[in-house]
Write a new protein. Structure first.
Length: 355
């Protein structure tokens, strides 16, 4: 009796169910968080806690690594090192040129961020712009150290991202020849939105630089990152959304931290990361419409805990709650300034229509 090959292949191959696809993504997400946190907190290179944040973003935003991801990483590494070297060369001794350079780089980051193809590069650029020059005002060598640490975190995140997809490939077919998403805004719109985002963030950044407020480094970095999200969108609405995610992330971080104080063991820390990653991962991949909320909660949690646990300070309790307060202040500042700008923009539009 002959058997039709086509019928046999159809009987053997069964397409993966939606549940199986989601379970694979959740499992990959949890494994990635645990491994990256183990490496970042176990080895503890400069700015190591950023690696899990990058990896979590990759696993939510991308199905698989591409050549464009690698090219963005290489470009980000080069620019980060160049910023670190230029800062260490002494530009921090000239406040006005430093602030002008800072504003230019921030504008470029906002402009690129509105193109989905350049999200990753723009994010790393903004972190580098926020941290490296400020560290250079404290010590030029410190700026280079942090720049190398940021680059290392990016490399670790991309390598883990590729390895996870090699071991646990996505169950949905991906078309390698599919064109990447392009920005929905025109050049003029992107320039306008970039200038608006710069108007929101730069005054407080300049204030921190002018008065050398070293205790607000995390606040400054968060304002830069949060302002990226407002570029090209309704500023007040996005700022309220960011405040919500940071409040939830802060509350989860408080519970996590208090449990960690009660049981101060590294394996317990990783177990809690796995548990939270499992809960949030299920919400992220099962409810795509609400994924940005829960992904934002995980990012806030990783930044808060990573920066605190990686700290050598003996005042970990004070530092932890101070970081939460700084993030809340950054979010509130974003809402207030965004509200003022949006009201002004609305009045200008009404005035133009009336004329």
């Amino acid at each position: 009796m002959s058997v039709n090959n086509n019928e046999l292949s159809e009987d053997i191959y069964t397409p993966p169910t939606e549940q199986a696809i989601i379970q694979r993504r959740i499992f990959r997400y949890v494994i990635g968080l645990v491994v990256s946190c183990a490496l970042a907190l176990g080895i503890g290179w400069g700015l190591s806690f950023v690696a899990p944040v990058f990896l979590a973003k990759f696993l939510v935003d991308h199905q698989k690594p591409t050549s464009h991801t690698i090219s963005q990483l290489l470009l980000a590494m080069t620019v980060t090192i160049l910023i670190g070297l230029s800062v260490s060369a002494g530009i921090t001794h000239y406040p006005l040129p430093l602030l002008l350079l800072l504003s230019l780089l921030m504008f470029i980051a906002y402009y690129l961020f509105m193109d989905p193809q350049w999200n990753f590069f723009a994010t790393i650029l903004m972190i580098a712009v926020m941290l490296l020059p400020f560290m250079g005002t404290i010590s030029p060598g410190l700026a280079v150290y942090v720049g190398v640490g940021l680059t290392t975190s990016g490399v670790v995140a991309v390598l883990l991202f590729g390895l996870l997809h090699l071991v646990l490939p996505d169950l949905t077919p991906v078309n390698d020849n599919q064109a990447p998403l392009a920005s929905s805004l025109t050049h003029d719109q992107r320039v306008f939105e970039s200038l608006k985002a710069l108007t929101i963030s730069f005054p407080i950044i300049a204030y921190f630089y002018y008065f050398q407020i070293t205790g607000a480094i995390l606040t400054m970095a968060f304002i830069g990152l949060l302002s990226l999200q407002t570029a090209g969108q309704k500023s007040v609405k996005v700022s309220m959304f960011l405040l919500l995610t940071n409040i939830i992330g802060g509350l989860v971080a408080i519970v996590y931290y208090e449990l960690l104080v009660m049981v101060p063991h590294f394996l317990f820390l990783l177990s809690l990361i796995a548990l939270i990653g499992l809960v949030l991962g299920k919400k992220i991949f099962s409810e795509p419409a609400k994924a940005p909320i829960w992904a934002g909660v995980m990012s806030a949690l990783l930044v808060l805990l990573g920066s605190t646990v990686a700290s050598d300070s003996k005042l970990m309790d004070d530092n932890f709650y101070m970081r939460i307060a700084q993030i809340m202040m950054a979010s509130i500042y974003m809402i207030v300034v965004s509200f003022i700008l949006d009201k002004w923009q609305y009045k200008q539009e009404v005035k133009e229509c009336s004329e």
